[in-house]
Design a protein around this ligand. Sequence first.
Ligand SMILES: Nc1ncnc2c1ncn2[C@@H]1O[C@H](COP(=O)(O)OP(=O)(O)OP(=O)(O)O)[C@@H](O)[C@H]1O
Length: 335
Amino acid sequence: MIATESLSKRFPRVTALDRLSVDIGPGVTGLVGANGAGKSTLIKILLGLSPATEGRAEVLGLDVATRGAEIREQVGYMPEHDCLPPDVSATEFVVHMARMSGLPPTAARERTADTLRHVGLYEERYRPMGGYSTGMKQRVKLAQALVHDPKLVLLDEPTNGLDPVGRDDMLGLIRRVHTDFGISVLVTSHLLGELERTCDHVVVIDGGTLLRSSSTSDFTRDSGSLAVEVTDSDAVPDGTGALAAALAAAGLTVQPAGGTGEYAAAGPGHVLLVDVAGEETYDTVRDAVAGLGLGLVRMEQRRHRIAEVFRTDEQPQQTHAWGAAPQERGSTDAA
Ligand SMILES: Nc1ncnc2c1ncn2[C@@H]1O[C@H](COP(=O)(O)OP(=O)(O)OP(=O)(O)O)[C@@H](O)[C@H]1O
């Protein structure tokens, strides 16, 4: 879908992209980077709207330097910033955008109705957009990117400004753009955690250079530890402590999981992380739990969170590329 080769963009005071080479296939791909990492600059180059200083890029096999107009016919674009005229309705605006993309009047009206329905705008679609909430405006921006039935959409920070519920809704919509319509998606965000749930593939850039490009499952591959949670009993009031001692006595390496992030609900110290030494580790845990007469609440292979892949000794900043969304609903990021 997208290929860049040693792509650079230099402004007088800053290098926004620095010899970026990356291949992006079909599906939903997340482009993650801190503010200023070069995400919007890359999107503008891919649309043929801004020339690269060096290197080359192709979108759908078309060279961005020479075939920008053809690319824009086949690619939808949702810009980051608010760009909607306040005095017109969503329907009028999206019909206009569909006409601009070359659809005849009837098809433009039909596609507009379908697309606005898909993004969840109903009676409000006839009201002037100036009175819309941020979530509704983001939906209109998404609808205008989809209305001409593109093969690929480039979505620049579509969850910006949304509350946790709005963010989840938008991410669900983005996923369905691919599953329901077969349209490939490149979506940018400065929050790794939210893309983990939405994307098949994640590309991480920092300072205009490629940090990593891999499938989401590679990012979140098995961590080699088992999360175990047990109930206490009358006979064993500290079930977790007793189990930890029993497992250590059996030669396993055990440590309590932190009381935040994915195991927050269990409370601090209530989930044990057991290093998996081999298949027999599962039997050892099961036998120890049964031997103590405890109830087994969970025993699961723990997977890495994307955020952990980039965790450093420093506390990550909320605005950093690998920070978790603030108050993210249902988020299991520990960052
Ligand atoms: N037209 C421009 N003139 C000068 N510098 C620019 C221009 N556009 C972008 N930059 C700079 O290039 C760098 C990358 O900007 P870009 O907007 O691509 O980042 P981003 O990853 O999209 O971040 P954000 O999410 O904050 O928009 C930044 O340092 C920015 O200040």
